[in-house]
Design a protein around this ligand. Structure first.
Ligand code: FES
Length: 139
């Protein structure tokens, strides 16, 4: 009792080093509502992000609705034990996906999750909606 199995510590370390982007796949970008009924803007942005995240320290997942529908496309940038961010108002375009992935890579490299403003990719500026502090470790 109380002892760790072989490899358990390594898995925990790997988990905390990964930054996750959670993408809302039901979002519509402002002004584009109903423009393409076959795929949502959120799905289009998710596809771009999934392709760009390959081979980086960033992982992606999709959810349907982050409850910020009025300012889609929305996503979160999170990692265990770090400050998390809700960001939105993204068009489902390559430039936006590039900026999001570059920012998430900086988040992954940051011990606290905080990225100095001078390092922010231009395409991320003006898109922050909320910042969430990590939960206390004993919580
Ligand atoms: S549909 Fe994307 S936040 Fe609600």
């Amino acid at each position: 009792m109380g002892s760790k199995r072989c490899g358990e510590g390594i898995r925990e370390r790997d988990r905390t080093m990964t930054t996750w982007i959670t993408i809302c796949d039901t979002c519509r970008y402002a002004g584009q509502e109903g423009a393409d009924l076959r795929r949502t803007d959120g799905e289009r942005l998710a596809e771009l992000l999934e392709r760009r995240a390959a081979g980086t320290a960033v992982k992606t997942r999709r959810v349907s609705c982050l409850m910020g529908c009025a300012h889609g496309c929305n996503l979160t940038v999170q990692a265990a034990g770090k400050i998390s961010y809700v960001i939105g108002r993204f068009a489902p375009e390559a430039d936006a996906a590039d900026a999001i992935i570059r920012y998430a890579e900086l988040h992954a490299r940051s011990e606290s999750g905080q990225v100095p403003y001078r390092q922010w990719p231009e395409g991320i500026k003006g898109h922050f909606i909320a910042r969430l502090q990590p939960l206390p470790e004993d919580g």
